[in-house]
Design a binder for this molecule. Structure first.
Ligand SMILES: CSCCC(=O)/C(O)=C/O
Ligand SMILES: [Fe+2]
Ligand code: NI
Length: 185
């Protein structure tokens, strides 16, 4: 189940909000310019599935999102728990960073946790299958796929170069909870 927890940045142990209600998640994220929607996935796919398989299964969704928002590139992040590169894949996004490009993702299998750091607050968004999230460019964030990653996310870009991560060098991410897979029922 998807979940949003909001923390004051000085109190990582004590969420000021904890909700699994999709409408509440969307409303809270809307206040900081983040779009969150829950879609009914049109296919069952497995973490680790190939990009070709995902493109074929979700072609209608992809075409619609691309047409609505003018994306120029689409790819797939797909990883299974037995992936030999899982540790490196996880480490890549664990520290606070931003992109000069909106971060637009559609989760079509499994789960992963985006944490956004905005105006003194920390928004921990556990994304699960069916979640569409669009995070504005320059939003400080980190992403934890957990020690045994299992997810497939379709990624939409206007300028793939803009997706390069700019790391802030802070330790904010280390102060907040890591993704705990058991909470992603
Ligand atoms: C959920 S897709 C993989 C993670 C990613 O693309 C990103 O930018 C994390 O910050
Ligand atoms: Fe990112
Ligand atoms: Ni849209």
């Amino acid at each position: 189940m998807s979940r949003l927890r909001i923390f004051d940045e000085g109190q990582p142990d004590q969420p000021i909000l904890n909700t699994a209600d999709a409408a509440s998640i969307a409303a809270e994220l809307d206040r900081i310019g983040v779009r969150f929607e829950q879609w009914q996935p049109r296919a069952d796919v497995q973490p680790g599935a190939s990009q070709e398989e995902i493109f074929a299964a979700f072609r209608e969704d992809i075409d619609r999102v691309v047409a609505e928002h003018g994306f120029t590139t689409v790819d797939v992040a797909s990883i299974a728990p037995d992936n030999p590169n899982r540790e490196a894949a996880r480490a890549k996004f664990l520290d606070e960073h931003f992109h000069i490009e909106d971060e637009v993702r559609l989760f079509v299998a499994g789960a992963g946790q985006f944490t956004l750091h905005v105006e003194g607050r920390v928004y921990e968004v556990l994304c699960t299958k069916g979640d569409y999230i669009a995070v504005p460019d320059r939003t400080l964030h980190w992403f934890d796929m957990g020690p045994e990653p299992a997810f497939v996310a379709i990624r939409f870009f206007k300028d793939p170069e803009g997706w390069v991560g700019h790391f802030t060098g802070t330790d904010w991410a280390a102060r907040f909870p890591r993704y705990e897979p058991e909470s992603a029922a």
